[in-house]
Design a protein around this ligand. Structure first.
Ligand SMILES: [Zn+2]
Length: 175
């Protein structure tokens, strides 16, 4: 290969990369087709899309029509995941759970092909009945009629009853 070919190839690579970066032809939204009605969860932390589905109770045998894109190039985040769910709008409790594992996620509600509501998830200061306490001796694990309650301090959850700290694998404790 001579020098000119190599230069040309480099230029093509650069242009393709620029396109991806600017989102022109390879825009994340186009990775999977637009939906008519439902919810688009965008800006999910890369690698968490399947946990988002789990939180929403979506398994291989549920009836929803879902599109999932993982490790999509994102200008803001480097990489992100994306989930589209047709004919379903999320409840606030579901949004709170998603916030725990994807703090940058944005929720778009689509009706008749128009985004009618766009919201960014926000981590609540307290979570009641959302996360199970990992401490077997915690009163919330003692068959008492007590809802779990956690304080949220940055990315750490602290049980209000036994002071147990959850710092990692939060998704595996979500009720
Ligand atoms: Zn506890």
């Amino acid at each position: 290969m001579n020098k000119i070919d190599v230069d040309q190839m480099e230029n093509q690579k650069k242009t393709a990369f620029k396109n991806i970066q600017s989102g022109s032809k390879y825009q994340a939204g186009l990775v999977i087709r637009p939906i008519e009605n439902g919810t688009v969860i965008d800006h999910i932390t890369a690698g968490e899309a399947l946990n988002v589905l789990r939180i929403l109770g979506i398994t291989g045998s549920t009836v929803e029509r879902i599109s999932v894109a993982t490790n999509v190039i994102s200008k803001e985040m480097g990489q992100k995941d994306l989930v589209k769910i047709e004919n379903r709008e999320l409840a606030q409790q579901e949004v709170d759970r998603i916030a725990l594992i994807a703090p940058q996620a944005s929720i778009n509600i689509v009706r008749n092909c128009v985004v009618i509501e766009k919201s960014v998830v926000s981590n609540p200061e307290e979570l009641v009945g959302v996360v199970k306490c990992p401490n077997p001796c915690c009163i919330t694990n003692a068959n008492e009629p007590v809802s779990t309650k956690f304080y949220v301090r940055q990315s750490v959850l602290i049980c209000s009853y036994c002071d147990w700290h959850i710092e990692k694998n939060i998704h595996s404790y979500i009720l």
